[in-house]
Design a protein around this ligand. Structure first.
Ligand code: FES
Length: 326
């Protein structure tokens, strides 16, 4: 870079001189930015570019999922053009409002909320967010809509009923169409990465965390994914399954997609297995070399399948986990 460029940060413009990093430019102008090492090891200075792809060098140490979302390390970023940037903490804390456009029952214990965001927000299908009612009731939920829906400011989530839980009670009994809700903390590495259409994908979820896999699956098919995609949906008993017909319909439409409900107890529907998810992986996918694995469940479920995937030779860097307790 031979001329200085502008950095737009928190509504103010700062200049960045030739051969100066974003971190040094902000510090020079007394902007408090967290940092420790300045050597791309502590990740304290991670920021996100809101307008352009950051320079490659500033993303080299980050996971692919973070690179795709334009995160970068400020201590390694020598900008070549003007950048609008935000700190990770500010992004996670910023709250957006949305209006409930539809409230659909997917199952006696699962409700789908279709939200219209008041301002555009960027997300990938499969990531998570915090949905709040403004009175401190909130829950981390997976995004069931594809990233293309974000252009229309639309966002879909599934909420599962939990006994003696104030958030469930609010969603199932009080929340109505046209009500306002609050969203924050859009994040997570369960997301489809375009550019590898032949990649083999294993998607694993339990209960209403199926939402994450629906978001990811739609992104995959909207990007013309051609490699095998296997979805394992774990439930204790068959009555807990939902969207079965829709998922079987997708299998009919995309021959590279296979949906396998894994039932622990009781009768097994057509195409399903009487098995826990980890045993199903051991039995049917004993070699996961080269596969990408996406897991969304509670801590115990996620670790059990992660271990099984590792035993089946999946590379740890290819196992992506989102822990969402339900
Ligand atoms: S300051 Fe440590 S990674 Fe940038």
């Amino acid at each position: 870079m031979t001329t200085s460029v502008n950095l737009l940060f928190n509504g103010s413009a700062y200049n960045c001189q030739p051969e100066e990093t974003v971190l040094d430019a902000l510090l020079r102008q007394q902007v408090p930015v967290p940092y420790l090492c300045k050597k791309q090891t502590c990740f304290k200075c991670m920021m996100r570019s809101l307008n352009n792809t950051p320079p490659i060098r500033s993303q080299r140490e980050l996971k692919e999922a973070l690179q795709l979302q334009n995160y970068f390390l400020a201590c390694a970023c020598y900008p070549v053009r003007h950048m609008e940037i935000a700190l990770l903490d500010d992004i996670q804390a910023s709250q957006m409002t949305a209006r409930v456009r539809e409230k659909n029952s997917l199952h006696a214990n699962v409700t789908e909320l279709v939200l219209e965001c008041e301002t555009p927000l960027a997300y990938y299908g499969g990531q998570t967010l915090l949905l709040l009612n403004g009175r401190h009731l909130g829950r981390k939920l997976a995004i069931a809509s594809p990233s293309s829906a974000s252009l229309r400011r639309r966002l879909e989530v599934h909420v599962e009923r939990i006994d003696n839980d104030g958030f469930s009670k609010w969603v199932f009994e009080s929340l109505a169409v046209n009500d306002t809700v609050y969203l924050s903390n859009i994040r997570g590495e369960l997301l489809y990465q375009p550019g590898q259409p032949e990649q083999s994908l294993l998607l694993v979820s339990w209960g209403s965390n199926l939402a994450a896999m629906l978001g990811l699956l739609q992104d995959a098919f909207e990007n013309a994914h051609t490699g095998p995609v296997v979805l394992l949906q774990g439930v204790t008993e068959p009555g807990q399954l939902y969207l079965q017909a829709e998922l079987q319909g997708i299998s009919g439409h995309f021959p590279n997609f296979r949906y396998i409900p894994c039932i622990e107890l009781g009768p097994v529907p057509k195409g399903g297995l009487q098995s826990t998810v980890d045993k199903a992986v051991a039995q049917f996918l004993p070699n996961l070399t080269g596969w990408k694995i996406f897991i969304c469940g509670n801590q115990v479920q996620a670790s059990t399948v992660q271990r099984q995937a590792y035993l089946a030779k999946a590379a740890m860097k290819n196992i992506h986990i989102e822990v969402v307790s339900i």
